[in-house]
Design a protein around this ligand. Structure first.
Ligand code: UT7
Length: 325
């Protein structure tokens, strides 16, 4: 059988860090409100010359370097973003060209904050069918460019950044499946009935504009905790494992209180949750690979660990993947 194995990760952040205190100079908010309600203390905001494609390319280069794999080997790029540089062509094709590995498959996936989970499961499927052998899976966003800076209920919550992993298709014996590296099980979901709770009020075909992010935060919060706990259980059941088997959870970083509530619902100790929302805020599709790369580079996540990735976002969309590192 074929497993998609994570060979390396990388991430990239804009040069400019913006603290809650700095934000409070121009927005009617306070460090205390943001920190208490969300756990966020800092975010990075893209400046001139920094775009989703440039951040994605930097993250991809670092992931390839960590994997010790040459860009020429990459025959698949799946890039998750809701803030592409242009409506088309796909940002993935711009990254492909910047890396100099033209000719393979490259496309974007749009599932907002769950985008990286959708991208990783899609790449996994293509690797398993033999369509590709070496994939870059990237989550990259510049949400600062679709925020309404006069809406304090949303503009304090988001940041910009990118994260990437390199996946290669590896043959393993079925008898080794329990301990073998790679993606073990994934589940994805969507429910379009709740699109008005988290959306952008513009688009190429409706208004001819890009639009700004709109969110009913409290309702999203409620759905997030229920959906995430359900999909984690679903993936564990598919793998025949229990919450206690998980070494680390790498969750979408929307709000520290959502992470606490999800851990409690599953009976997982809070120490098993990788938390970077304090430093990066909510970077949408970039948040899961950014958190994974942070915890891999600081030595928390290592070879052999069983890691659960999970995310929930606009659509609604949500999903989870269980991976042996
Ligand atoms: O990534 C996709 C998934 N997204 C999420 O998961 C987001 C989920 N939702 C949340 O994280 C939380 O609902 C928020 C952090 C967005 C909001 O927290 P909350 O505890 O649900 O607050 P709220 O929206 O109910 O607002 C409470 C109060 C309001 O004032 P009143 O009406 O009680 O007087 C708001 O006007 O807080 C006020 N408020 C603020 N005050 C200072 C809202 N935003 C701010 C702000 N600074 N930035």
């Amino acid at each position: 059988m074929i497993r998609s194995v994570i060979r390396g990760s990388g991430s990239a952040l804009p040069a400019r860090a913006v603290s809650n205190a700095e934000l409070a100079e121009t927005v009617d908010t306070s460090d205390a409100w943001i920190a208490e309600r969300t756990g966020i203390r800092n975010r990075y905001i893209a400046g001139e010359g920094e775009t989703t494609a440039t951040l994605a390319t930097d993250a991809a280069r670092r992931a390839l370097a960590a994997a010790g794999i040459d860009a020429a080997e990459v025959d698949l790029i799946v890039l998750a973003t809701a803030t592409p540089d242009n409506t088309f062509p796909a940002t993935a094709t711009q990254v492909q060209h910047a890396l100099g590995c033209n000719g393979g498959i490259a496309f974007d996936v749009q599932a907002v904050c769950s985008g990286f989970l959708y991208a990783m499961a899609t790449a996994d499927s293509l690797l398993k069918t033999g369509m590709a052998k070496c994939a870059l899976v990237i989550g990259a966003e510049t949400f600062s460019r679709i925020l309404d800076w006069d809406d304090r209920g949303t503009c304090v919550l988001f940041g910009d950044g990118a994260g990437a992993i390199v996946l290669t298709a590896e043959h393993i014996a079925e008898t080794d499946a329990a301990q073998a590296q790679g993606i073990i099980a994934s589940r994805l979901h969507a429910d379009g009935a709740h699109s008005e709770l988290l959306y952008v009020d513009g688009g190429p075909s409706s208004t001819g504009t890009v639009g700004k992010l709109r969110m009913k935060g409290r309702e999203v919060f409620r759905h997030a905790v229920v959906n995430l706990a359900d999909v984690l259980k679903e993936v564990l059941d598919a793998a025949g494992l229990a919450p206690g088997d998980i070494d680390w959870v790498v969750p979408h970083q929307a709000n520290a209180r959502i992470l606490d509530a999800t851990a409690r619902k599953l009976g997982l100790p809070a120490e098993k949750m990788i938390v970077t929302v304090d430093q990066h805020a909510n970077t949408s599709a970039a948040s899961v690979p950014l958190a994974f790369d942070t915890a891999t580079r600081d030595g928390r996540i290592g070879p052999g660990d069983l890691v659960m990735f999970e995310a929930m976002g606009g659509g609604f969309t949500w999903g989870a993947s269980l991976v042996r590192i």
